[in-house]
Design a protein around this ligand. Structure first.
Ligand SMILES: [Zn+2]
Length: 290
């Protein structure tokens, strides 16, 4: 397996990143309301500057592009352009991003994308699902099947005020895909391809789905937002303020960290800056990046 910051192989699957927003910074206590300053300081030396600066956690918002058996699969669709997000300045009315340009540099046009898989339906994972065309939100990837978790979609569609979900992302980036009949609902255990199975990772959202990959001698776990920062590798019990069920999120996190540590599996989170994947080692009752 070869690995660079933005490209790696998992068995015969090529994985490359398209970055929509970097860095995406948040106050430590905004993203991790339970984090203690001394716990953060104890790991400052290796977290800085890539994943921490001063009082800010540093994330990236990116899509993983998988080339699998001749098909192009996008995992997560980031923030997008022209979306009105008045309460989220980083995401509001963006334009002139190089997202589609970066795809082109990988040799891919929007019509070359076969599958768009959204691990969950948060605002920074669905944005590029749609683009604005003549005042209407239409699928950005015209030939793709979009895969949404059935449980995840049900949860967000069942909210009393759909317009408020994600500051508008359900309405402009998810519902238009459903209405265009471009989406397939998937469940825990669904196979995207040989050796690529979806698995439920509840806690961050009720229906988040990860991707368990076993190809050749390589294994990897795409875990979406079940972990946001390497700080949570050393403190797996640290949940974010956005997790719908913090205790369930802790249990899920410990489960996949242990799985990665026990069989040398790559951990592939959405929001870690730098390398796309990491090996995990046990360290006391916790873990470290190894
Ligand atoms: Zn999320």
């Amino acid at each position: 397996m070869a690995e660079t910051a933005t490209s790696m192989m998992i068995g015969d699957i090529r994985v490359r990143a398209v970055v929509d927003l970097d860095p995406y910074e948040m106050d430590v206590n905004f993203i991790f309301p339970d984090a203690k300053a001394e716990e953060v300081d104890a790991h400052r030396s290796w977290l800085e500057p890539t994943w921490l600066t001063g009082n800010k956690i540093r994330l990236v918002v990116q899509t993983m592009v998988l080339e699998v058996d001749g098909r192009n699969i996008l995992v997560d669709a980031c923030v997008g352009e022209h979306k009105e997000r008045p309460t989220r300045p980083f995401f509001n009315k963006r334009e002139g991003t190089d997202y589609i340009g970066q795809l082109a540099k990988l040799g891919l046009r929007p019509e070359d994308i076969d599958v768009v898989f959204c691990t969950h339906l948060h605002v920074d994972h669905v944005g590029w699902n749609t683009k604005l065309e003549n005042g209407k939100w239409v699928p950005t990837f015209p030939k793709a099947r979009y895969l949404f978790g059935r449980k995840e979609l049900d949860f967000w569609m069942g909210q009393p005020n759909r317009a408020e979900v994600g500051g508008g992302s359900l309405v402009d980036s998810v519902i238009p895909i459903v209405e265009a009949k471009a989406c397939d609902l998937v469940d825990d255990g669904h196979d995207l391809a040989k050796g690529l199975s979806l698995c439920l990772l509840p806690g961050h959202t009720p229906g988040q789905l990860g991707l368990d990959v076993a190809r050749g001698n390589d294994r990897a776990f795409f875990v979406g937002d079940a972990i946001h920062s390497p700080l949570q590798v050393v403190y797996p019990d640290l949940s974010t303020g956005f997790d719908t069920d913090k205790q369930q999120a802790r249990e899920t996190r410990r489960k996949f960290l242990e799985a990665c540590a026990s069989d040398n599996r790559w951990l592939v989170p959405c929001h870690f800056r730098g390398a796309l994947a990491h090996k995990i080692k046990r360290a006391g009752g916790s873990y470290m990046i190894g």
